[in-house]
Design a protein. Structure first.
Length: 377
């Protein structure tokens, strides 16, 4: 096939995709500094299969699912910035049903002497390394009073280390021999090309989606345990221990930057469905093979609390509030599901439980986070 013939073939495919599929322009762009963001400054409505309906989206100038906020913080305004991944971006629920929006409403009701903004600074697919960069490059510009790092048990340990996962546009760090964080490079040239193709080629978007879907289906057919779920292993391999070490360094680095800027830092741990529903845990054990006896649903919380203790970061784990909200701990009780399809991202009920627990955590006398910001402590 000559070069001209190949180009004509691609153009015909591009036209066919546009005419005969529902493929739309992507909501994401690759960014040379942040790795990946939502496309800044757009508003759109898309059908989201996980939620089973159309959802309206707006993305601000930074490429976050939020409104635009002025960089200069007005007098009397208190800001909370929430860093994280798709669990916080929450693309399967309406914006007003996200824990970020619900938390903002609760803070304004409980502390009316100040006006509260809770900013969604999450990006779907982001790992903890990207959260550090997002704070440094974007969220810090808004002078937040409190910064929350949301850690999702289902994949964030794996996404901390390139040894465990390998996303081309995720930001990763490693530790050098002195224990210092070193950011690993990602290709800006490839990112720039992807930005152009994402915006102008439906064929490119279509093939990316179907390649990812094929990979996911192959893993499911092969009964492969998702990499992120190795977080439940009490005695993991060396590369997983290295991921824990990188994660601890990242949390310490976030705390250091936030406190240097004069703000308060805390971490919230978001549970996976396997920790809540017995059937999901049994399914995971079936995939665990020879390590099943070393799998522990409470291992993530123990290790993350220990990290918080070592680096001096308050930690809220949501597994207990979620278990209390799903007392039967069974998929048979669909009215108690807090994740979509009893597996994926938080549904509306999950966001409500998370927002309530997080509000209690921030306003408690034990953490004193809100009181420290408002001057009541």
């Amino acid at each position: 096939m000559t070069g001209v013939t190949f180009v004509v073939f691609l153009l015909v495919l591009e036209l066919a995709i546009r005419l005969f599929t529902s493929t739309e322009a992507p909501l994401f762009q690759n960014h040379p500094v942040l790795g990946k963001t939502f496309v800044p400054g757009i508003s759109t409505t898309r059908y989201v299969a996980e939620g089973g309906r159309e959802i309206s989206f707006r993305f601000n100038r930074e490429g976050f699912r939020d409104e635009d906020h002025p960089y200069e913080k007005p007098e009397g305004l208190r800001r909370v910035a929430v860093l994280g991944d798709s669990m916080i971006a929450a693309m399967a629920v309406d914006e007003e049903d996200t824990l970020v929006h619900l938390l903002e409403k609760k803070l304004n009701r409980s502390h009316p002497d100040s006006t509260w903004e809770v900013m969604n600074c999450a990006i779907s697919g982001a790992g903890p390394g990207q959260s550090l960069v997002v704070y440094h490059e974007a969220a810090s510009r808004y002078d937040p009073d409190i910064v929350l790092f949301a850690f999702y048990v289902g994949n964030d340990l794996g996404d901390s280390s390139r040894e465990l996962t390998s996303s081309r546009h995720r930001i990763y760090f490693k530790l050098d021999r002195a224990g210092n964080l070193v950011q690993l490079p990602h290709s800006q040239t490839r990112s720039s090309a992807s930005v152009w193709l994402n915006r102008h080629s439906r064929l490119y978007v279509w093939q990316k989606y179907h390649v990812d879907l094929l990979r996911s289906n192959m893993e499911e057919a092969m009964d492969v345990m998702p990499t992120g779920r190795i977080i439940f292993h009490r005695n993991p391999a060396d590369e997983v221990e290295r991921a824990w070490e990188i994660l601890e360094a990242l949390i310490g680095a976030m705390k250091g930057e936030v406190e240097t800027d004069g703000a308060r830092f805390a971490m919230v741990v978001l549970p996976s469905a396997e920790q809540i529903l017995g059937e999901r845990w049994d399914e995971l054990l079936e995939l665990s093979g020879p390590i099943r006896d070393e799998m522990d649903p409470d291992n993530p919380e123990r290790r993350l609390r220990a990290i918080g203790s070592r680096v001096g970061v308050p930690v809220l784990t949501l597994v207990e509030p979620f278990r209390e909200a799903a007392p039967h701990r069974s998929m048979a009780h669909e009215n108690e599901w807090l994740h979509f399809n009893a597996y994926g991202h938080f549904n509306e009920a999950g966001h409500r439980v998370a927002a309530g627990a997080l509000h209690g955590f921030l306003t408690s006398s034990e953490t004193g986070l809100v009181d420290a910001v408002t001057g009541d402590r």
